[in-house]
Design a binder for this molecule. Structure first.
Ligand code: DX5
Ligand code: ZN
Length: 219
């Protein structure tokens, strides 16, 4: 029995009104805010940088869950840490020296996260798991909100749960992409701890109800 963390992604919000988006997230009861940073190189889209994270930091006490979809993420983790990120997640595919970067993020007093795209197998993370606080399993190819979840990716969540148990570790497992009321059940059944939700959250007429329903304990 455990509670599922809901992490609404501002990628689906009105970019001309981030303050309003943060107010909506806080009012919904969600405990995390997911911030998708894209550089136009690692993914074919561009969003925002540390300045926005710093400005959002001033408006909420929620856990700021920064997801870096950028090449050479090591050049930017310090800026995001200083801006007030609580967790910083980068992509395995974007960083050769992932162990060093995870340790550096922890050294800054932040939760260290690593993410994999749909084509990367879960076993690629094996050596990194002791250095990781969060594994973010992408359930779509990153770059855009509103895509359809690739069901095969959920098998990776199950594999990570097994790896975690076997090794007595305690990192969280998050899923990101195509999560909504119709797919959240399967993600939770696979063992996910954190549901990232962009379009499903911002397109919902009852955000508090959604957070209550999807964040409820698994029976
Ligand atoms: C996609 C981002 C996601 C995105 C999810 O590259 O990493 O966080 O916001 O959006 P939805 O929930 O609409 O699939
Ligand atoms: Zn994301």
């Amino acid at each position: 029995m455990k509670k599922t963390i809901i992490s609404p992604s501002v990628l689906a919000a009105d970019f001309a009104d981030f303050g309003g988006a943060i107010a909506q997230i806080d009012a919904s009861g969600a405990e995390w805010v997911h911030l998708d940073v894209m550089d136009g190189r690692f993914v074919p889209n561009i969003t925002f940088g540390p300045k926005l994270v710093g400005d959002i930091r001033k408006r909420t006490a929620a856990f700021l869950d920064v997801h870096l979809m950028i090449t050479e993420p090591g050049n930017f983790v310090e800026a995001f840490a200083k801006a007030g990120a609580d967790g910083i997640t980068f992509h395995l595919e974007a960083e050769v020296h992932s162990q060093r970067l995870l340790a550096a993020i922890r050294g800054m007093g932040k939760k260290a996260g690593i993410s994999i795209v749909p084509s990367t197998p879960a076993f690629m993370l094996e050596e990194l798991l002791p250095y990781t606080d969060l594994v973010l399993v992408m359930t779509v190819n990153p770059g855009f909100g509103g895509q359809t979840l690739i069901p095969e990716c959920l098998a990776k969540v199950q594999k990570l749960v097994e790896m975690r148990e076997k090794r007595g570790l305690d990192f969280l497992i998050s899923v990101d992409g195509g999560i909504h009321e119709g797919t959240a059940g399967a993600a939770k059944a696979a063992g996910t701890d954190v549901l990232v939700m962009g379009s499903a959250f911002f397109g919902h007429s009852d955000q508090a109800g959604l957070v209550r329903e999807l964040g409820s304990t698994i029976n």
